[in-house]
Design a protein around this ligand. Sequence first.
Ligand SMILES: [Zn+2]
Ligand SMILES: [Zn+2]
Length: 80
Amino acid sequence: MTYHKLNAVSDISTSYMAAGIKHAGKTCAGCKMADIPGTLWQCESCTSVSLCAVCYFKDNHDTQHSFYRVDGPGLPRFVC
Ligand SMILES: [Zn+2]
Ligand SMILES: [Zn+2]
């Protein structure tokens, strides 16, 4: 358990939340939050699995899976 990652995610998620970005219709597979705010993480292997930034950094999904990072609706995805 490192606190390093959690500090990083709070920086990322709060900055995007402050910008009012959310992913309408996407529900976090970890905490079940609807319309994921901020950065969304989409599992490359499980097409139905999306995570909010907090759950992604908590390793709430299979850590062997690759994720796409989506900073906002309609923005290009990054493989992480
Ligand atoms: Zn979540
Ligand atoms: Zn997966």
